[in-house]
Design a protein around this ligand. Structure first.
Ligand SMILES: NC(=O)c1ccc[n+]([C@@H]2O[C@H](COP(=O)([O-])OP(=O)(O)OC[C@H]3O[C@@H](n4cnc5c(N)ncnc54)[C@H](OP(=O)(O)O)[C@@H]3O)[C@@H](O)[C@H]2O)c1
Length: 249
């Protein structure tokens, strides 16, 4: 029986990956900072608990994120813990489309983490995915107290369902290391303004959508489509379907 470690297995994506890999044929371990079922307690910021977490595993799906510079620290601790075991588990990493072109600090950290992994000598696979539906919904949800919804002009997104990304990651995890896998995007490309309109109609709001033009390299990246994968749209769950299902739950 294979043993698989899922870092971030308590998070949105990680939970979905665990569901897919827990088919009774493999032992699943979840790395978390808090104890619980299937969990090994550890902290990727400090390296605590990682030696036990990686001991004897054949595959590691790395879904944990600190949402900042510490993602590089986390990748370093993880590959160091792996190299100390003397084994060579397959490390599957999730990253974001455009991390090499859009200069957001978080993206820089994700890119540096990719480089730590690819340069480590550990057998690896890296999947870059576009933004999750969940993230786009949050961008609009957090504006619910404002009299308008901001959706900057020319920004485009290709949001994807977490389930689609989890299917793909789980598939990569049971196959041999593939290096950089083809980037994965959701089924449709929309302007941010269109997405705001879809959100507004599903949640029955009437407030206006404002689309200011933003300056700078980050805004240019989203306008140029450096976060998109027009050649590899995947999945059938559109942003609208995601929102409608969320409302009906
Ligand atoms: N959101 C998007 O649109 C998007 C798009 C493409 C790729 N991604 C990538 O997908 C991955 C998963 O995102 P998500 O939305 O599922 O994240 P999430 O729900 O916020 O979950 C974050 C996870 O990281 C773990 N974590 C945080 N700090 C940790 C630490 N110091 N040590 C150990 N574990 C720690 C948390 O575990 P505990 O709290 O249990 O410790 C939690 O399970 C990330 O790498 C993200 O960059 C996201």
């Amino acid at each position: 029986m294979n043993t698989v470690l899922v870092t971030g297995g308590t998070g949105k994506l990680g939970r979905a990956v665990v569901e897919r890999l827990a088919d009774g044929e493999r032992e699943i371990r979840v790395l978390s900072r808090a104890p619980g079922t299937r969990r090994v307690v550890g902290d990727l910021r400090t390296g605590a608990g990682l030696a036990d977490a990686v001991e004897g595993v054949e595959v590691i799906v790395h879904c944990a994120t600190t949402y900042g510079r510490d993602d590089v620290v986390a990748a370093r601790w993880l590959v160091e813990a792996i190299s100390r075991t003397g084994g060579a588990p397959h490390l599957v990493n999730i990253s974001i489309v455009g991390v090499d072109r859009i200069p957001l600090p978080y993206y820089r950290a994700k890119l540096a983490a990719e480089q730590v992994i690819s340069g480590s000598g550990v057998p690896w696979t890296n999947l870059r995915a576009t933004q999750f539906h969940d993230l786009l919904a949050t961008i609009f949800d957090v504006q619910r107290w404002l009299p308008v919804t901001f959706a900057p002009d020319k920004f485009r997104f290709q949001p994807v369902d977490i389930g689609t990304v989890a299917d793909h990651l789980a598939e990569l995890a049971i196959h041999p290391p593939a290096g950089r896998a083809p980037d994965l995007g959701g089924p449709r490309i929309h302007s941010l303004r269109e997405l705001a309109g879809i959100h507004r109609s599903v949640v029955h709001r009437r407030r206006p959508i404002l689309s200011p033009r933003l300056p700078g390299k980050i805004a240019r990246g989203y306008a140029q489509g450096w976060n998109l994968v027009p050649d590899n749209p995947r999945g059938t769950v559109t942003f609208e379907r995601f929102l409608r299902e969320r409302v009906s739950r």
